[in-house]
Design a protein around this ligand. Sequence first.
Ligand code: DGJ
Length: 730
Amino acid sequence: MMIYDSKSGTFTLHTRRTTYQMQADGHGVLLHLYYGPRVGDGDLSYLLQYTDRGFSPNPSGSGADRIYSLDTLPQEYSTCGVGDYRLASAEVEQPDGSLLLDLRYASHEIRPGKYALEGLPAFFGREGWETLSILLRDPCSGIEAELLYGVCEEDDLITRAVRLTNRGDRPAALCRAMSLCLDFNRADLDLVTFDGGHVKERNLNRAALRPGVQSVGSLRGTSSHQHNPFVILCEQDAGEDHGLCYGAALLYSGNFLAAAERSQFDDTRLVMGIHPHHFRWTLAPGECFTAPEAALVCSPDGLTPMTHRFHRAIRQRLIRDPYQGKRRPVLINNWEATEFRFDADKLVSIAREGAELGMELFVMDDGWFGTRDDDCGGLGDWDVNEKKLPGGLEALVPRIQALGMGFGLWIEPEMVSERSELYRAHPDWALGAPGRPQAQGRSQLVLDFSRQEVRDHVYAAICRVLDSADVSYIKWDMNRSLSDVWSAALPAGRQGEVYHRYMLGVYDLLERLHRDYPGLLTEGCSGGGGRFDAGMLYYTPQIWCSDNTDAIDRLRIQCGTAFCYPVSAIGAHVSAVPNGQTRRAAPMETRGVVAMCGTFGYEMDLGRCTAEEKETVRAQVRTFKDRAALISQGDYYRLTDPFRDLTYTAWQHVSRDRREALVSLVTGSARAALPFIVLRLKGLDPALRYRIDGGERIYDGAALLHAGLSFPLIAGDYQARQLYLRAVEA
Ligand code: DGJ
C-alpha cells in the first residue's frame, strides 16, 4: 500500500510486515525517514535532528539556517558536490565541467502494477504491485532523476530503479548512477557479503561496520566469482530467527558496487549500483539513462525469513514462464566425463546409462563445434564438428530422443578464439584498443556485444543450431573476465559506456532467445558461478553454481548462494570421485544429498559406476522426482552454519502447508568422540504430528522444533542422512 500525505509531504510504503517512509521537505529535499518493521502512516520526521555541525555546509535556499545541512540529514537519493560528503548516488559532469548535482522534488505519481525497465531485468507482475514514481530535478542544470519504487505487499519486497534524463540543451556525462541509496539513523550494524573466487564462490563474511566506507564490487565485466551483488545489513546480534535484517540485491550482471558508509555521526548509508569506475555515460539533450533495479527485503525477525522472502519473490516474480514453479528435468551432462574427447557413440552411451537410471535430459557440453578439440580454439564457429558428430545434430538428437530424453547444448556466445573462422573474418569484433594487444583469458577474446552487428551475427548462428534439431535446453557459458574494454563502434569520449553496453547486449540476446524459443530452458554459467545474480535469473531460470562439484565444498558454496537465490535456481550435479577440484572422494549418497539442494543432475560417465552405485543413483533420481516440489517450492531452512563449523551441516525443506519436510545432514571429515547430533528442526507446525520415512513412531511437531531430533553416531568421513517427514492425518 502506498500513501502520500500532501500536508506533510510524506510517502509511506507498506508491505505486509514492513514500512518505508520518505518526505519531500520544505526545501524540496527528499529525506529518508524510515525503513523497518511495519508502523502506522504517521509522519516520522520527528526523528530528524537539526543541529549546527561544524564543516557541514548549508545548501543554497536554506538562507542563514545553519542547522539545515544535506550532510547531516538522511537522503533518499544523495547528490554530489553541494554539501553532502557521504557516498553519492549520482554524479554528473555538467556541460561547464563541474561535477555538481542538486536534486529537489518536482512531482510524483502512484499507479497500480509494477513498472518495467526497457532492456533490463526487473521483477514483474500486475497483480499485487504498486508503483511510485518521484521526479527530482536539479534547479540549475536540466538533469532530472525519476526514482521508481515497486512495492509487493505480499512478499515484503520493495524494488527501486532510477531514470536519469538530461532536459538541458547541452550534453552532460553521468559518472555515477546508483540504483539504491538507503540511509539508516544507526551504525550498530553488521555488513554481510558473499565472497570468494573461481571454485570457491559466495562464502559468507560478516563484520561490524567500521567508520568509513566498506565495499565490495566487481570490475570484471561480470558480477563475478569474487563478490556478489547481494549484501545484508543486520543488527549485530541478528541470527537465523531473530534480529532486524535488510537484504539488498542488485539485478545486474556486470560491474557493480555495493558500499556501506558509517559516517561521523554514526549513521549508515548503503548504496548499490553499476560500479562508477570505468563508467561514463554521455547524456545528450533529451536522453535518458536507466540504472538497473535493486530489490530490498527487510526482515524484522532474522535471516531465515529474509531468505524466504527473496526465494518466493524470485521464484514467482522474477523467473519467467514456463519455468516459474516448473520442475526442471534431471539432467546428465558429459563435461566432467569426457571434456573435449568424445564422439556421437560416447555421448549416446552416457545418455543411455542416464536414461536407464531415470534421467530426463542429456546435455552435450563444450567441444561439439568448429575446431574445438581443446580450450585454445573454435569459439565463435557455431557449426557442428562433423568429424566428432557425423550428420550433425540432425543425426545425434533423434538418437538421444529415442532413449526418451530431451537434448541440451552448451554454448559460449560472448567469446571468440583467435583460432577460429570468425576471428579471421572479423578481428575487430573482439574488444580491444587499437595498437594494444589484448590480454587473453582461457586463450579467448571477448566479442564486442555492445555492437548490434556482432550480436546479430552470433544470434543468427545460434538460431541455425537451435533450428537444426529439437533442442530443449542450452547452457550459456562465459569463461573469462573482461579486459581491454574498448569498442570500435564508439568515439574516444564514450568508451566509458562499453562495459554497460556490453551487458545490455548480453541481456538483448538472452531476451531474444526467451522470445523466439519460449519453451527453451536456459542455464546460465560463467566458469561455474561467476555470474550468479538476480539479473541473470530473469533470463536464465537456473545457473550453474560452481565449477567445484566437490560435495563438501559445495556445502558452503550452495549455502552462501541460497541466502538470496532460490534452491530451484542453483545448478548442482553429482560428479565422479576423486573430485577433479579437491581429489576428495565423498560417498555417492552424500554427493546425491548435496546435489538435491539444487537443480539436481549428474556430470560423470555412468558407465564406470558399479552396479551398486547405479542402484544408488536410480534411487536418488526417484527420490528427487518425488521430492522435487518440496525442495524447489518449499521453504529452505539452514539448521547449521557451515561457514563456522563443518563438523556436520544440516538443512531442511518444508512445504508451504508445513505438512511435509525433508531434513538433510552431511558430516565432515571423521573425528573421534564427536558430540551427539541433535537437530532442532524448523518450520514445522507445532500442532501437527509427523512420521519419519514412513516409520511406526509418531513425533510431536512442537517436540521436533524445541527438543529436536537426535541422530545415532555416524562413523566415517563425509556421510549423509536424509529424512522425510510427513504429517500424520488426524
Ligand atoms: C565452464 C563450465 O562451468 C563447465 O561446466 C564447462 O561447461 C566448461 N566451462 C566447458 O568449457
